[in-house]
Design a protein around this ligand. Structure first.
Ligand code: DCP
Ligand code: CA
Ligand code: CA
Length: 355
């Protein structure tokens, strides 16, 4: 296989940066996003707060003790979600091989890319600039030949940095890397390795694959590879869906108009629910009817505006259905809404009912 070009992008102090961006009074100050109550924990800490030792997942009471001037801010998930959608739309300008790991982070495979750019580093630079220009937020980027190295790289010059591990540097880089930096080696595993005298990739290389599997189970094989800088995992794309829909095949074919309408209404309710869940609206409503003899007819209606309202979709669907030929009993009905105002991420939807 030819050399891949993988980028890992991770937003800097994500929730805290969004808060500082949206409230100028918070800029340059130690900020913790999270509850300030005795039982709250810190979700995100601004870099100013980190200078005092405040970290994510730390109890708020501990954080307040470390930094007397710490400002606690309630999370606003809608704002983070919006920023997340925006950065994903930037990624998709370059490639559809985008695998989000969380709201603020994703892998991109840019070996082939939409702009035909030869340099992955240039793409990472463009992305960082576009994120800054369009969102007023900073991101860090790592560029290398696989996911593991790209992810490690994005951390090297954080915050607001970029780093590249070139193919010819992979061997030395992974040999010298401290095992704590290996993605997938947590605190417990790291302690276990330290007790065995394993501190770097090079130390890990002394063990055979069989020995590592014996000591660390399934992860052992992964460790064997990554200490050599080898990681063949593919970037698994979040396929952007162009429609939200549901369909149903009936146990016995529906012959009368009333039961057909009732079934259709249930399907419409499901579709509207999915649109709302995915935070999207659509303009085109398509109805699919499959008859007893498997002949199928579909019709689409495009509205003047976007909707996710069950009443509106039902009205259009029923009208369209009434125009359908209904000579044969019906074995399947489906409704889909397309022409969406916001691209929908597949991970939120069940695929089984979609068409
Ligand atoms: N987050 C959370 N609870 C955690 C860790 C993180 O709610 N225990 C949220 C808040 C973070 C966001 O996820 O802002 C992203 O997490 P990261 O681990 O990427 O951390 P940050 O983006 O905050 O900082 P960094 O600059 O180190 O990436
Ligand atoms: Ca981050
Ligand atoms: Ca992250």
């Amino acid at each position: 296989m030819s050399q891949r070009k993988i980028i890992h992008i991770d937003m800097d102090a994500f929730f805290a940066s969004v808060e500082q961006r949206d409230n100028p009074e918070l800029r340059g100050k130690p900020v913790a996003v999270g509850g300030s109550s005795s039982r709250g924990v810190v979700a995100a800490a601004s870099y100013e707060a980190r200078a005092f030792g405040v970290r994510s997942a730390m109890p708020s009471s501990v954080a307040a003790r470390k930094c007397a001037d710490l400002i606690f801010v309630r999370p606003r998930f809608d704002a983070y979600k919006e920023a997340s959608n925006h950065i994903r739309s930037i990624f998709h300008r370059y490639t559809d091989l985008v695998e989000p790991l969380s709201l603020d982070e994703a892998y991109l495979d840019v070996t082939q890319n939409k702009l035909g750019l030869a340099s992955a580093t240039q793409i990472a630079r463009n992305i960082r600039k576009e994120i800054f220009d369009e969102l007023n937020l900073t991101a860090s980027a790592g560029v290398s030949v696989n996911k593991f190295l790209a992810k490690v790289a994005s951390d090297l010059n954080k915050p607001n940095g970029i780093s590249l591990i070139r193919p010819e540097q992979v061997d030395a880089f992974s040999a010298n890397l401290k095992i704590e930096k290996f993605f997938g080696i947590g605190e417990v595993t790291a302690k276990k390795m330290h007790r065995m005298g394993i501190h770097t990739g090079n130390d890990l290389r002394r063990f055979s694959r069989v020995a590592l599997t014996h000591m660390f189970g399934k992860a052992g094989g992964y460790f064997y590879n990554i200490c050599r800088g080898i990681d063949d995992r593919e970037v698994k794309p979040d396929r952007v869906r162009k429609s939200v829909g549901a369909e149903q095949t009936f146990k016995t074919d529906l012959a009368d108009f009333d039961s057909q309408c009732r079934a259709l209404h249930e399907i419409v309710e499901e579709v509207a629910l999915r649109l709302i869940k995915n935070d999207t609206k659509g303009r085109t409503i398509t109805i699919k009817v499959r008859y007893q003899d498997f002949s199928t007819s579909t019709r689409s209606v495009t509205l003047d505006d976007f909707t996710n309202e069950v009443g509106r979709i039902a009205e259009v669907t029923m009208k369209s259905f009434a125009d359908h030929p209904r000579l044969l009993p019906i074995r399947l009905l489906g409704v889909a809404v397309s022409n969406l105002d916001v691209a929908v991420n597949e991970q939120f939807g069940q695929l089984t009912l979609d068409f």
